[in-house]
Design a protein around this ligand. Structure first.
Ligand code: FRU
Length: 433
């Protein structure tokens, strides 16, 4: 990491998932099983930088407090364990047992990427690798991050896998999670030349357009950061017909590799993203661990087709009012700001201004200060075209804005050190989480 920056590392976030030790990147295998939200994640347990990938594991009943579980998936002779998803196999299509949780993921063997599966019969605590691994080998340099969804369209191949392959998304079908047939693909001309990663296919509640396809590109975000994109459309089980151009899921620098929770008890997709950018994720100030997941969010489509996002948990009832427009950080507590009109908030650390948040009728922005890292100190902005309330969550080391009724979200890491202060101007209510 860049020298001299250690003192800027934040304390542990209060309401966000972080790894107990080591390194964390993408959320993996997100699912809701027997009353608990499970989050697996890309994990290097031995060091706070990216390294041999495992799946870490945590679960939560309220999406705020996370219980940590033993490392779930370990590298084997087929490679390290890259990103992927999990599904509950109620009908035992895969033969692991009715109700098995089946993980579908990429194994990386020194750059050779193939797709494998493993099953758990105890809620994700212990896993057995399939003897049929790898279950899918595509001839391509970058082919990874399978996300599996179940669809009921009369085809016995009820499982659909979306896979990032080069600069496209491929759709595969399977009856048993082991044999996969290529059914179709989707691509889009992009200005950014980065690798496509971490696709997802989410069903939207009112059938038209019906589906949201998301994918991530390493350098397609503002100021060259990593970006998550979403495109709505129709999906017939093989072909995806977009109803609009792909648009950013988030307008900040640090929201990547989003994934939806399988079997979530909600009409709209509930997603979580890794709050970081491949630009600097390995180098930023740390206290011996690196990685933070976003707050879980519900995605929906507005009347104009624009993506809306809302916190997936009820922050209002979980929080209590703070008197006055200022607040000084406390361990294990985060600050939640609700505003109706224009609002400005400043975060200050020991060295002065860390970041400024500004929301007007036309835009929402985060401006970070300090030449900490390449591409760090920039202004990140989203245009607003509708009115609506604003929600802001400031935790140790993170800012998330849900502006104008969720019309735009902005997510950014901050490095204010252990102690910091917030000052808010405008018609805003500060609440303690
Ligand atoms: C995205 C990603 C994935 C890959 C994983 C490796 O952040 O690059 O494409 O599976 O991270 O950790």
């Amino acid at each position: 990491m860049a020298s001299g920056l250690e003192g800027l590392a934040p304390a542990r976030p209060a309401v966000h998932l972080t790894p107990p030790v080591g390194w964390m990147n993408d959320p993996n295998g997100l699912c809701f099983l027997d009353g608990r939200w499970h989050a697996f994640y890309q994990h290097n347990p031995d060091d706070a930088v990216w390294g041999p990938m495992h799946w870490g594991h945590a679960s939560s009943v309220d999406l705020v407090k996370w219980d940590h579980h033993p490392v779930a998936l370990w590298p084997d002779e087929l490679g390290t364990i890259f990103s992927g998803s999990a599904v509950i196999d109620h009908n035992n299509t895969s033969g692991f047992g009715a109700g098995a949780l089946v993980a579908v993921f990429t194994q990386d063997l020194q750059g050779l990427q193939r797709q494998s599966i493993a099953a758990s019969l105890d809620g994700g605590l212990t896993w057995n690798m399939s003897n049929d691994n790898p279950v899918l080998a595509v001839e391509a340099e970058n082919c990874r991050d399978p996300k599996v969804v179940a669809i009921d369209d009369g085809d016995p191949r009820c499982w659909v896998m979306v896979l990032a392959v080069g600069d496209r998304i491929q759709f595969y079908r399977s009856a048993d999670l082991k044999g996969w047939d290529l059914a179709g693909e989707f691509t889009w001309e992009m200005a950014a030349d980065g690798v496509w990663e971490c696709p997802d296919l989410m069903r939207l509640p009112d059938g038209d357009p019906g589906w949201l396809l998301t994918f991530c590109v390493t350098n397609a975000g503002p100021h060259g950061h990593s970006a998550s994109l979403a495109v709505s459309g129709h999906f017939n089980g093989a072909r995806f017909e977009p109803s609009a151009a792909p648009a950013p899921v988030d307008f900040g620098p640090d929201f990547y590799a989003l994934q939806s929770f399988h079997a979530a008890p909600a009409d709209n997709p509930v997603v979580m993203g890794w709050m970081n950018s491949w630009h600097y994720s390995n180098f930023h100030p740390s206290n011996g661990w690196r990685g933070i997941q976003s707050l879980p969010r519900q995605l929906s489509l507005g009347h104009d087709g624009r993506l809306l996002a809302a916190p997936a948990l009820d922050l209002l009832t979980r929080s209590s009012p703070v008197n006055g427009p200022t607040w000084s950080s406390k361990p294990d507590r985060a600050i939640y700001i609700r505003a109706d009109g224009p609002v400005r908030a400043e975060i200050e650390g020991g060295d002065g201004l860390v970041a400024a948040i500004e929301i007007t009728g036309q835009s929402a922005s985060i401006t970070r200060q300090g030449e900490l890292l390449e591409g760090y100190a920039q202004r990140y902005e989203a245009e607003l075209t509708q009115s609506g309330g604003h929600e802001i969550v400031i935790d140790h080391g993170s800012i998330e804005i849900f502006a104008a009724g969720g019309q735009a979200t902005l997510s950014a890491l901050t490095f204010p050190g252990k102690e910091w202060h917030v000052r808010v101007e405008g018609q805003a209510e500060l609440r303690l989480l």
